[in-house]
Design a protein around this ligand. Structure first.
Ligand SMILES: C[S@@+](CC[C@H](N)C(=O)[O-])C[C@H]1O[C@@H](n2cnc3c(N)ncnc32)[C@H](O)[C@@H]1O
Length: 334
C-alpha cells in the first residue's frame, strides 16, 4: 500500500464504519461488542480484515495484501475510529503463522461479549482466529432463540462458542465435541466465565465417531476401528454441525466440497423429530442451492425428509455484494 493507497484506506475504512452504524447499534443493544470493522475482501482492499473484540482490535494482513502495506499508517487510520484500545496487527502474508507486526497485546486475553455471552479472545495463539468466529454470529443468534429447555449437540465445537451461547440462553444440556483438548479447554473456561459449566459436557473425540454412534451407524469395520469412547444411541433437540473445510481423521475424511453427506447423515439422524439441525458450509466455491439440494437428497435417502429449511447469511459486517456469502447456514427442521 503506497502513501496514496493508505489515504484510500482511510477513506474505505470511514465508509465501512459508517455502513455499519445501524448494525453496530443493534449489536450493542443485544449485548454484543465484537464485529468485523472492515472486510477488505468486499470493501475495496482484499487481504486486509479488521475485527473488534471488545477492547481488542485485530488487524489481519493476508496473502493478497499488497507487499508495501504501510502498517503504521493503517494503524493510525484504524485508531481514529471506535474499534477498541489495543490494536494488534498480524501479518499472515508469508503463511498461516501469527507474525505480530504491531501492538503489545497479542498475547493478552480479553473478554468479548456477544448476545450477553462472555467469550475469551486472544490475538496470537496456535489457531487462526482469536477464539471466536464472528461470521457465525447470526447462527448463534438463531441458536439462542431455539435453545431454551433443549438438549444441544455442538459438533466441531472449537472453543464452544455455540455450546456456551446455547447454555446461556437456557439449554438444559449441551455436548461439545472436538478432537482438540486445547480448544475444549478454552471452551470450558468460556462456560465457567458465564456460569453455565454445569450443563456442559466436553468430549475430546473424533466427531464422526460420536455422531455415528449417536445415529446408530457403525463406526467402522469390525477389528479395524481406532480407539474411541463408547456412546449410547440417542438424539438431541438441536444439533450444530459447523465442520472445517477439509480434515483427515481416523474415522474418515471431512470434505465439505466432495462429501458433505457423510457428515450430514449422522448429524441428521442424531436430531430428534421436531428438532433442528444447524448445518454450515463455508466453502466459497460451493453454491448455496446445490448444497441445499444435496442436504435434501441426503435426508430423503436417510428416510427422514427435511420438513423445512431456512437459510441464514452472516450479519452485514461480512458484506457480499453479489449476495453469495462463502458461509452458508441452513436451519433444517426435523
Ligand atoms: C472451523 S472450526 C469450528 C468452529 C466452531 N464450530 C465454532 O463454533 O466456532 C473446526 C474445528 O473442528 C475441529 N476438528 C477438525 N476435525 C475434527 C474431527 N475429525 N473431529 C472432531 N473435531 C475436529 C478442529 O479442532 C476445530 O476446532
Amino acid at each position: 500500500m503506497s502513501d496514496g493507497g493508505t489515504g484510500d484506506f482511510a477513506q474505505l475504512l470511514a465508509i465501512a464504519v459508517s455502513r455499519r452504524a445501524g448494525l453496530v447499534e443493534r449489536l450493542r443493544a443485544e449485548g454484543t461488542d465484537c464485529w468485523r470493522v472492515f472486510h477488505g475482501a468486499t470493501e475495496g482492499l482484499p487481504g486486509v480484515a479488521i475485527d473488534r473484540f471488545g477492547a481488542l482490535c485485530m488487524v489481519q494482513l493476508f496473502r493478497a495484501a499488497s507487499a508495501d502495506c504501510d502498517v503504521s499508517a493503517l494503524v493510525e487510520a484504524t485508531a481514529g475510529h471506535d474499534v477498541g484500545e489495543a490494536i494488534v496487527v498480524v501479518d499472515r502474508r508469508r503463511g498461516p503463522a501469527h507474525v505480530v507486526v504491531h501492538g503489545d497485546h497479542a498475547d493478552d486475553e480479553y473478554i468479548a461479549r456477544e448476545g450477553g455471552m462472555r467469550c475469551l479472545v486472544r490475538a496470537r495463539h496456535a489457531g487462526q482466529d482469536p477464539w471466536l468466529f464472528l461470521d457465525l454470529r447470526a447462527a448463534r443468534r438463531a441458536l439462542r432463540e431455539i435453545a431454551p429447555g433443549r438438549s444441544v449437540l455442538n459438533l466441531f465445537a472449537y472453543t464452544c462458542g455455540a455450546g456456551v451461547a446455547a447454555a446461556c440462553a437456557g439449554a438444559r444440556e449441551v455436548w461439545n465435541v472436538d478432537f482438540s483438548t486445547n480448544w475444549l479447554a478454552i471452551g470450558a473456561r468460556n462456560a465457567e466465565l458465564n456460569g453455565v459449566a454445569a450443563c456442559q459436557r466436553f468430549l475430546a473425540e473424533a466427531a464422526l465417531a460420536v455422531m455415528r454412534q449417536l445415529a446408530g451407524i457403525p463406526v467402522g469395520r469390525r477389528g479395524k476401528v481406532p480407539h474411541h469412547a463408547r456412546i449410547e444411541r440417542r438424539q438431541f433437540d438441536v444439533v450444530v454441525l459447523d465442520p472445517p473445510r477439509l480434515a483427515h481423521g481416523s474415522f474418515g475424511k471431512i470434505d465439505l466440497v466432495g462429501d458433505y453427506q457423510s457428515l450430514f447423515k449422522p448429524a441428521w439422524l442424531s436430531t430428534a423429530a421436531g428438532g433442528t439441525l444447524i448445518a454450515t458450509n463455508n466453502v466459497a466455491s460451493v453454491e448455496r442451492d446445490s448444497w441445499l439440494r444435496a442436504l435434501e437428497r441426503c435426508a430423503e435417502k436417510a428416510g427422514r425428509p427435511l420438513r423445512d429449511v431456512q437459510v441464514l447469511a452472516p450479519d452485514a459486517d461480512f458484506p457480499s455484494p453479489d449476495g453469495r456469502s462463502p458461509l452458508k447456514v441452513a436451519l433444517c427442521q426435523a
